[in-house]
Design a protein around this ligand. Structure first.
Ligand code: ATP
Ligand code: MG
Length: 204
């Protein structure tokens, strides 16, 4: 009997708290009225940046939106997302060289980065593209292979309803400043640190 009363009280308190929470959430949803093309940044040292970008591309394509991908850094591996998304109408532009520490040729890297950037600029000026993923572009800015001010200008001047996702470690502060949504992925553990090699379908 006493137990039942305590349970009833606890349920009532829970209900009141949930009602209050729902009212707050509803108020915030009602207040969010703007539509706009978003700039998203996924940065940090943890795993999950590119997969998040590609996941969002898949989400957009699932709604019939047009998405395009530029991959700024590519290792020797094929890319599972590319195999899938190209079949679904997503165009990929892949910077031809591998990682900088593999090519060890700065001039070739700069040329490839510039070619990828010229292509990115045409995407950022094309109102028919709803979503642009600039995968690993942060490194090109850090190495100064592409000019930060040019990147900022192209992002600011893009069609107003076009979404852009930027991924890569150590995103420049100036890009974070103009972004709408920024997530930093923090490494808690990574299998590689325990001697496990990159796994197909998980790491590439
Ligand atoms: P993913 O493509 O899996 O989302 P990411 O884009 O967050 O990873 P990158 O820095 O682009 O990470 O590295 C790509 C590759 O390096 C992936 O195979 C990923 O599993 C691996 N990787 C990512 N973070 C770490 C880490 N902290 N330690 C070791 N390997 C990592
Ligand atoms: Mg990545």
């Amino acid at each position: 009997m006493t137990d039942n009363k305590a349970t009833d009280k606890s349920n009532e308190r829970h209900k009141a708290r949930m009602q209050e929470q729902k009212a707050n959430v509803d108020k915030r949803i009602a207040a969010a009225q703007q539509d706009k093309g978003l700039l998203l940044v996924i940065t940090g040292n943890g795993k999950g940046k590119s997969t998040s970008g590609f996941g969002t591309v898949a989400r957009a394509v699932g709604h019939g939106l047009k998405a395009s991908v530029v991959q700024y850094v590519k290792g020797g591996w094929e890319c599972g997302e590319r195999n899938l998304l190209e079949k679904n109408g997503v165009e990929f532009h892949v910077m031809g060289t591998g990682f900088t520490w593999e090519t060890q040729d700065k001039d070739t890297d700069i040329q490839a980065a510039q070619a990828a950037w010229q292509h990115s600029k045409t995407l950022l000026a094309d109102p028919s593209i709803n979503l642009v993923l600039l995968d690993e572009i942060t490194y090109m800015v850090t190495y100064k292979y592409i000019d930060l001010d040019e990147v900022l200008a192209a992002l600011e001047a893009r069609p107003k309803d076009q979404h852009v996702i930027i991924t890569g470690r150590a995103c420049h502060r100036a890009i974070i400043d103009i972004a709408d949504t920024v997530s930093e992925v923090r490494p808690v553990k990574h299998a590689f640190d325990n001697g496990i090699k990159a796994q197909k379908g998980i790491d590439w």
